[in-house]
Ligand binder design. Structure first.
Ligand SMILES: Cc1cc2nc3c(=O)[nH]c(=O)nc-3n(C[C@H](O)[C@H](O)[C@H](O)COP(=O)(O)OP(=O)(O)OC[C@H]3O[C@@H](n4cnc5c(N)ncnc54)[C@H](O)[C@@H]3O)c2cc1C
Length: 390
């Protein structure tokens, strides 16, 4: 067992994590080595292969029950796998675990038909989806939606514009969250729909290229006609999207926190290795206290962030899914990762700034982490409310 304090919370799932690390080393690292050094994003067919292969081995979407194609592992184990993926430094490892294109907890509230038709193939890694929630005027204020579903006989007609949708170009299915109009104007409650991407009237608009290569897209809905069966949860899901989404928010944030902890640990390892070797003024740079400050402070922050994430994941397994816990972990881990990657790059000097160096990529990649799954400021709002403020 490692002597790091966080090891007390990782021991339970050591064999699983070692098996996943072995899969990364044996199968993913050789595949990643064939990619061009400056390619930020692996090709879509390779990502799909990694997803399916990991699902076959039982890692992908591991917390879903076996009858849905998962492995029924505890949430803490999933968090540890995400941490291991980030820590590996392998560019393909994150695609071996369910992320923003994988099974959505929203679909766990689906009707039996929706679970069979959409959730099971997603859990098995056989299909991919996107989530269309954000709109040009509704980001953090996510439920101020203007995209509206109007009840029309037995079905719905949906019109509007979504933005910053990840994975839209390779998704089979869009989960679209809309305002609800039962025929007499918007009701206030949002509704989530499962809509196949080839549905007439649904199309991809503008493409936005993100800092680390991952594109996002506009999703345009022009009188998209869908049946009642497209409402996630059926009739009970009408106007209930917010309630359905609540229990998935904490888990999504903890998974992001775990990935951030892993990335920070990897960046720190690169920084320490470099500081032990690189010489300046006749000394290893690691002997200089200014360099040690970058690395020692990072070590303390990474360990603290990891402990917080793991403790919150364990509370989820014990049935205590407090939103402020996930907010604390996501805020701490994402901001720690941004700082630690920045410091590790500083320790590398120009070497780390060169295109193709792992830290050059991580510096751009990690910056999204304080924005996705609720910005840092939104996490602070949640924590402040839980503290009885505001
Ligand atoms: C890489 C990436 C992938 C994404 N993928 C998807 C996706 O697949 N599907 C999807 O629907 N969306 C996606 N998004 C959009 C994402 O959910 C939003 O960017 C996010 O919710 C923030 O909204 P916004 O960008 O409109 O910022 P805004 O909400 O306009 O916020 C701007 C600034 O104001 C701050 N702010 C806002 N409200 C408050 C407040 N009450 N108190 C204090 N500060 C506040 C914010 O924290 C931020 O700093 C993605 C974004 C990124 C970067």
């Amino acid at each position: 067992m490692s002597s790091a304090p966080s090891a007390v919370l990782t021991e339970d799932h050591r064999e699983l994590v070692e098996a996943f690390e072995s899969f990364i080393r044996r199968e993913l690292v050789p595949l990643a080595a064939e990619l061009p050094e400056t390619a930020d994003l692996p090709p879509a067919d390779l990502r799909a292969y990694v997803r399916r292969r990991s699902a076959a081995l039982g890692f992908y979407a591991g917390d879903y029950p076996e009858e849905l194609g998962g492995s029924g592992m505890p949430f803490t184990a999933v968090v540890l796998l995400h941490h291991a993926a980030g820590r590996s430094g392998c560019s393909l490892a994150p695609y071996a675990l369910a992320g923003s294109d994988g099974p959505s907890p929203l679909l766990r509230h689906g009707t039996p038909e929706q679970i069979e038709k959409y959730l099971v193939p997603l859990v098995r890694g056989e299909s991919a989806r996107c989530l269309a929630l954000t709109e040009p005027q509704a980001g953090s204020d996510a439920f101020r939606l203007t995209t509206t579903a109007v009840r029309d006989g037995e079905g719905w007609v949906i019109s509007g514009r979504k933005t910053f949708v990840s994975n839209a170009d390779r998704a089979d299915l869009a989960l679209v969250v809309t305002a609800t109009d039962l025929g007499e104007g918007p009701t206030g409650g949002a509704t989530a729909f499962a809509i196949p991407m080839d549905t007439p009237g649904l199309r991809i608009g503008q493409r936005y290229d993100g800092m680390s290569g991952e594109p996002m897209f506009e999703l345009l809905l022009e009188r998209v006609r869908v049946p009642m069966a497209a409402v996630i949860g059926g009739e009970a899901g009408v106007g209930a999207a917010m309630a359905l989404a609540m229990d998935s928010l904490s888990r999504g944030r903890l998974v992001v926190a775990a990935m951030c902890d892993g990335v920070a640990e990897y960046a720190l390892r690169l920084g320490v290795e470099y500081a032990r070797e690189r010489e300046a003024f006749g000394e290893r740079i690691g002997a200089y206290q200014h360099v040690q400050e970058h690395l020692v402070r990072s070590r303390a922050e990474v360990e603290a962030a990891k402990l917080l994430t793991l403790a919150c994941a364990r509370l989820v397994d014990e049935g205590t899914e407090a939103p402020e816990n996930a907010a604390l972990a996501k805020l701490t881990s994402s901001e720690t990762a941004v700082r630690v990657v920045d410091r590790a790059l500083q320790v590398h000097g120009a070497t780390g700034w060169v295109r193709g160096h792992p830290l050059e990529f991580l510096y751009r990649y990690v910056r999204m982490m304080t924005i996705i799954e609720g910005t840092s400021e939104v996490q602070k709002v949640i924590i402040a409310r839980a503290m009885g403020l505001g």
